[in-house]
Design a protein around this ligand. Structure first.
Ligand code: HEC
Length: 256
């Protein structure tokens, strides 16, 4: 008998588990869009929001900013999510009284204050989870497909493509900047899809192939389609144009 009750109760909680995505859709999405390419957003903010006439920053902007600005980035995801939950709880109670904005200077004065939105404890917890994870979800949705190194080796051989390993560590600001501003932008995505196969490696826990020594992060390691020749290793962030130039120069090296 006891067992039956326990199972029933477990079913009950699962049934009522709150989905952050749903909460966001019903309570936040009327003002906050999910994703708009960063280059478009940049121009929009230069024009004081007159192109897109957004009601509020996008969820993508909020996700990256929360990860960057709230709590300790070097904690594991669960630790930082907890800090984000605390911050959101306070913020949502009275958004206009928010003493420390997470938004960058260039959006100040573009939007008015956010009105307060009623959410319960479970909903804030679910929101913190969803908003934290959204940056990565957005990357997967809008970026180029990623492969494991083994898969990449096969594809590179079959299709004559160059392997590019993007080396990151989870709390590296430059990595987040590069992902958000460069790696998902349409021109970069097209160039990568055409001639490259992308592998992402967390350099805190994963090794590089071919005995390559890791550089600082973010860093990019290019390997020829034979899977044996190291074509280039570079460290740091760059603009879309600089990254496209890098891809071009690696392609020329591969031909030699
Ligand atoms: C009626 C429109 C509206 C709704 C609904 C709304 N927001 Fe906002 N939100 C805004 C505006 C406008 C801003 C920008 C405020 C500013 O520039 O100071 C904003 C800013 C924010 C910020 C950044 C605050 C800062 O300055 O640090 C967060 C985080 C945020 N919203 C989360 C949410 C969440 C979570 C929900 C749903 C529970 C939500 N918003 C619902 C309009 C809205």
């Amino acid at each position: 008998m006891k067992r039956v009750i326990l199972f029933v109760m477990m079913g009950w909680t699962a049934l009522f588990a709150v989905s952050g995505e749903e909460v966001f859709k019903t309570k936040c999405a009327s003002c906050h869009d999910n994703y708009i390419p960063q280059t478009k957003l940049n121009v929009n903010y230069e024009h004081n929001n007159s192109d897109l006439k957004l009601k509020a920053p996008t969820l993508t902007e909020l996700s990256f900013r929360l990860k960057d600005q709230v709590g300790d980035r070097t904690l594991d995801a669960e630790g930082q999510k907890f800090e984000i939950e605390e911050w959101l709880t306070k913020f949502l109670k009275d958004p206009a009284a928010n003493p420390k904005t997470i938004l960058p200077k260039r959006t100040r004065g573009v939007f008015g204050d956010m009105p307060s939105v009623k959410v319960n404890e479970d909903e804030v917890e679910a929101l913190a989870d969803y908003m934290y994870d959204y940056a990565e979800q957005m990357m997967v949705k809008h970026g180029v497909k990623r492969y494991s190194y083994q898969e990449a080796l096969k594809i590179a051989k079959q299709e004559g493509k160059i392997i590019v390993i993007e080396g990151f560590i989870p709390y590296c600001r430059g990595c987040m900047w590069m992902d958000r501003n460069v790696m998902v932008e349409p021109e970069v995505k097209a160039a990568l899809e055409k001639d490259f196969v992308l592998v992402k490696k967390n350099l805190l826990i994963e090794k590089l192939p071919l005995g390559m020594k890791r550089l600082g992060t973010p860093s990019f390691y290019f390997i020829g389609s034979d899977g044996k020749s190291i074509l280039e290793m570079v460290e740091g962030t760059g603009t879309i144009e600089e990254f496209l130039q890098l891809l071009q120069s690696v392609k020329e090296k591969a031909k030699r």
